[in-house]
Design a protein around this ligand. Structure first.
Ligand SMILES: Nc1ncnc2c1ncn2[C@@H]1O[C@H](COP(=O)(O)OP(=O)(O)OP(=O)(O)O)[C@@H](O)[C@H]1O
Ligand SMILES: [Mg+2]
Length: 400
């Protein structure tokens, strides 16, 4: 766009702003905030549809339209302002996604792809039908259904809300019918699956263009506590042969769901090296956050490049090892701002704060450290996390 600005008494001053891509992201959380930082690098205007004016991306200066992801009118109006719509969360209704698609602007990933991230039962059913390795699972309506499944596969079982779960909410390891009854009584649709014997959890993060061209990052080793990712190491400390199979499976899943943008596939690796699929995300994912410092191209840059159908950036790592520790809101007062200078004194640590109010257990930022050695980097990242969220946060990052 070119704007002529007349200046009295002088020749016209010619100010110009180059034409720029406009990407719309539904949701203004930390993923949108970090995508905004990448958008700045690429001269892209990131628009976010945020519910509140104090969401992380809005606070960071993303162009904000206020509206609920449930409001079909707001979604339609948002879509027409941008070249392509993408999402920072899966909590857009099926009708909402249809409304976005009806705007005539590309929605990437598509509603069909997104369903794999929104609905765990759909994902399990479809990926099992392709012969991909998912744990035994079944939809359940009653305690009898859970008991019948457990009779076949053994207790404990894992009850999962088919929709709406995140950070371990809606995932319950259930040891007996009484607890199963209490879980089902919460309402909503549930499924049950066999409790997998997990040696290590890993994630495969792929960026995929509409035509299927893709790049994949080295496998990430993740540690969850109470179902929530608390720390990670990249590359994962697993045998190269296991890593190869993980990459092959992750990219196969990304292709099967026809994802566009970042596709993060969570995997369980058993003690014998067998790999089982957990869930997938069709957006930048916590397991990819270390790529900001650790990779040639971050997952946020590659997400933007992929949804715009631009060439993807290299995924090679810049250091032998990267470690990341999530900052979870501590019990008691939030003293992060006051503690930040002390944490920054650890000069090799990269601190990311999301601008979110602290609540106990809430993800409010992360710390990344690169190094020669994963253990050393992880110890350093934990140390900095402790400096920021205090010893209260320490118990949530027990020695793993
Ligand atoms: N079948 C299973 N067997 C053993 N552990 C499991 C099983 N399913 C899930 N878990 C554990 O629970 C964690 C959370 O499960 P899942 O990823 O399905 O939930 P979520 O709340 O949607 O997570 P996210 O925060 O990644 O969105 C897993 O990372 C794993 O540690
Ligand atoms: Mg998960």
């Amino acid at each position: 766009m070119t704007v002529e600005v007349p200046v009295p008494g002088a020749a016209a001053v010619h100010t110009s702003r180059p034409a720029t891509a406009r990407v719309g992201m539904v949701g203004g959380g930390q993923l949108a905030r970090m995508t905004h930082a990448a958008a700045i690098d690429l001269g892209i205007d990131l628009y976010v549809l945020a519910v509140h004016p104090d969401e992380p991306a809005t606070l960071a200066g993303a162009i904000t339209r206020l509206g609920s992801p449930d409001d079909l009118e707001a979604l339609r109006a948002f879509a027409v302002e941008v070249d392509v719509v993408t999402l920072d969360h899966e909590l857009v209704s099926d009708e909402g996604l249809a409304a976005l698609a009806a705007s005539g602007h590309p929605v990437r990933p598509s509603a069909a792809a997104l369903l794999y991230a929104k609905d765990k039962l759909h994902a399990r059913t479809e990926l099992a039908a392709l012969g991909l390795p998912v744990p035994p699972f079944a939809p359940v309506d009653t305690v009898e259904d859970v008991t019948a499944f457990a009779t076949q596969h053994g207790w404990p079982v894992v009850c999962k809300a088919t929709r709406g779960g995140y950070d371990g909410r809606g995932v319950e390891v259930v040891h007996d019918p009484e607890v199963a009854a209490a879980v089902l009584a919460r309402g909503g649709r549930w499924m049950v699956e066999a409790h997998v014997d997990i040696a290590v959890e890993v994630a495969v993060v792929t960026a995929r263009r509409p035509g299927g061209e893709h790049v994949t990052y080295p496998v990430v080793e993740t540690v969850q506590q109470d179902g929530q990712l608390v720390e990670l190491v990249q590359p994962a400390r697993i045998a190269p042969e296991v890593a190869e199979r993980a990459i092959a499976l992750g990219t196969r899943v990304a292709e099967a769901v026809d994802g566009v943008g970042i596709v993060a596939v969570e995997l369980f690796v058993g003690p014998d090296g067998a790999i089982t699929l957990n869930e997938l995300a069709l957006r930048p994912h916590n397991s990819g956050h270390a790529t900001i410092e650790a990779a040639t191209t971050s997952q946020f840059h590659n997400h933007l490049r992929a949804v715009l159908d631009w060439p993807l950036g290299a995924t090679s790592l810049r250091a032998p090892a990267a470690a990341l520790v999530n900052l979870l809101g501590p019990e008691g007062p939030d003293r992060i701002a006051e503690r930040l200078p002390a944490a920054l004194a650890v000069s090799e640590a990269a601190v990311h704060l999301y601008g979110k109010a602290s609540r106990p257990g809430r993800k409010i930022g992360h710390v990344t450290v690169l190094g020669e050695d994963a253990e050393v980097a992880l110890a350093r990242a934990r140390e900095v996390a402790d400096l920021l969220v205090g010893p209260g946060g320490r118990s949530t990052r027990s020695e793993t």
